[in-house]
Design a protein around this ligand. Structure first.
Ligand SMILES: Cc1cc2nc3c(=O)[nH]c(=O)nc-3n(C[C@H](O)[C@H](O)[C@H](O)COP(=O)(O)O)c2cc1C
Length: 350
C-alpha cells in the first residue's frame, strides 16, 4: 500500500500528493469528461499551468480490449501530457483486466476505473455508478485489474448510488485492500445526477478511513471552493470538471492559492484568445469544420457564462454554422465590449 506523502503549503492546504511514485503537483487535477477532455482540451489546460494530472474521457473496456480505432484515439495522449490517467468503464472483470493491460501497454501513467458515471446507458449494463450497488462485483473488478497491470490503479466514484446507499467509504477501504492507490469521490450520488444539496461528509469519511490519497470532486470551481472543500474533507487534492470549461484558468488560480500566491486575473483579451485557441486547436485536430463546430460549441456554451454579457455571445456562437461565422461574432462581441467596458475583475479570485 502506498504511503500518503502529501505536501502542504503555507496555508496548510495540499500543494502536491503522490500516487505511488508519481508526484501530482499541483494537487489540482482535470476531471475526465466524455466528449470534452480529449487530447486538445487536456493539452490546452496543461499549457495554462496549474494542472497536476489529466484524465482521458471514459473508454468502454470492450472497445479498448478489441483495440477499436475510436477507443484507441480516445486513449491517445501526447508525450508532453505525463502524468496521464486513462479511464475505463465496464462490468466484466476479465474484460476490464484485459482492457487495463492494453492501456498499460499504451504507456499510460495511471489506470483509472470509472464507478461514477450516472448515464442510463452505462448503468443499464451495470457499469459506472451502478457498480456501487454491486460491491462484490466492484471489488472483483479492482482485484482482477490490479493483477493484470503494474502501473498504479485508481478508482473514481460518487458518494453512493442514492441517498440510502452512500457507501463510498466502505468501498474505498475495500478497493485499497485490493491494491487501489488513489480514490476520487464526487460528493453527489448517482441519483443526484448533477443537482442535489452539497454533502461532502462521505469524502471526509473516506479520508479518515483509508491511507491512500483521496481526491475531492464536485463544484470545485475557484480558489474559495477548493479551499473550502479541502478544509472540510482533509482531502489530498481537488478535481475540477465543468469549472475548467467555464474558466480554463481556474486550475491555475486554485494551484496558486494553494501555494499561498495571489491568483492571476483574467482579462477580456485573454478570454478572446482562449476562444480562438479552442477553435483553432480543435480544427487542427479534427480537420472537419462540422466536427470542429460541435466540439467548440460544447465548450463555448460553458465558457461564455464567465464573460460579462456573455449570454449574447453564447447565443450567436451556438447558432453559427461555420468557422467564419464564429470568428465574425467573436470579433464583434469583443470589439464592442473591449471598447465599452472596464477590464474584467475576475470574480473567481480571492
Ligand atoms: C460533459 C461531462 C462528461 C463527463 N464524463 C465523465 C467521464 O467520462 N468519466 C468520469 O469519471 N466522469 C465524467 N464526468 C463527471 C466529472 O468527471 C465530474 O465528476 C463531475 O462533473 C463533477 O465535477 P465538477 O462539479 O467539477 O464538474 C463528466 C462530466 C461532464 C460534465
Amino acid at each position: 500500500m502506498s504511503q500518503i506523502k502529501t505536501e502542504t503549503g503555507p496555508l496548510g492546504l495540499p500543494t502536491s500528493y503522490m500516487i505511488r511514485d508519481i508526484r501530482i503537483d499541483p494537487a489540482v487535477v482535470l476531471a475526465p469528461m466524455e466528449g470534452v477532455s480529449n487530447i486538445v482540451f487536456r493539452r490546452l489546460i496543461r499549457s495554462i499551468g496549474g494542472c497536476g494530472l489529466t484524465y482521458t474521457e471514459f473508454i468502454a473496456s470492450k472497445a479498448i480490449r478489441a483495440r477499436n480505432q475510436k477507443a484507441l484515439l480516445m486513449a491517445d495522449f501526447d508525450p508532453d501530457e505525463y502524468p496521464i490517467s486513462v479511464q475505463i468503464f465496464g462490468k466484466d472483470p476479465e474484460e476490464m483486466a484485459e482492457a487495463a493491460k492494453v492501456v498499460e501497454d499504451l504507456g499510460a501513467s495511471i489506470l483509472d476505473i470509472n464507478m461514477g458515471c450516472p448515464s442510463k446507458k452505462v448503468c443499464a449494463h451495470s457499469g459506472g455508478s451502478a457498480l456501487m450497488r454491486e460491491p462484490k462485483l466492484a471489488i472483483e473488478i479492482v482485484r482482477k485489474v490490479r493483477a493484470a497491470i503494474s502501473i498504479p490503479l485508481t478508482v473514481k466514484m460518487r458518494s453512493g448510488f442514492d441517498a440510502n446507499q452512500r457507501n463510498a467509504p466502505e468501498l474505498a477501504l475495500a478497493f485499497q485492500d485490493e491494491g487501489a492507490e488513489g480514490i476520487t469521490i464526487h460528493w453527489r450520488t448517482r441519483e443526484d445526477g448533477y443537482k442535489g444539496t452539497r454533502q461532502i461528509d462521505k469524502i471526509a469519511e473516506c479520508k479518515a478511513k483509508i491511507q491512500i490519497p483521496v481526491i475531492a470532486n464536485g463544484d470545485v470551481t475557484n480558489p474559495q471552493s477548493a479551499e473550502q472543500m479541502l478544509r472540510e474533507t482533509g482531502a489530498d487534492g481537488v478535481m475540477v470538471g465543468r469549472g475548467a470549461m467555464r474558466n480554463p484558468w481556474s486550475l491555475l488560480q486554485i494551484a496558486q492559492h494553494l501555494r499561498g500566491e495571489k491568483p492571476m486575473c483574467v482579462d477580456r483579451e485573454a478570454q478572446k484568445s482562449m476562444l480562438y485557441l479552442f477553435l483553432d486547436r480543435h480544427h487542427q485536430y479534427l480537420r472537419h469544420e462540422k466536427a470542429t463546430l460541435g466540439k467548440f460549441k460544447q465548450i463555448a456554451k460553458h465558457f461564455c457564462t464567465e464573460i460579462p454579457n456573455g449570454d449574447q455571445l453564447r447565443r450567436s456562437l451556438l447558432r453559427s454554422q461555420s468557422i467564419d461565422e464564429i470568428i465574425h461574432h467573436t470579433e464583434i462581441f469583443f470589439d464592442l465590449s473591449l471598447s465599452q467596458q472596464p477590464p474584467l475583475q475576475n470574480q473567481n479570485v480571492i
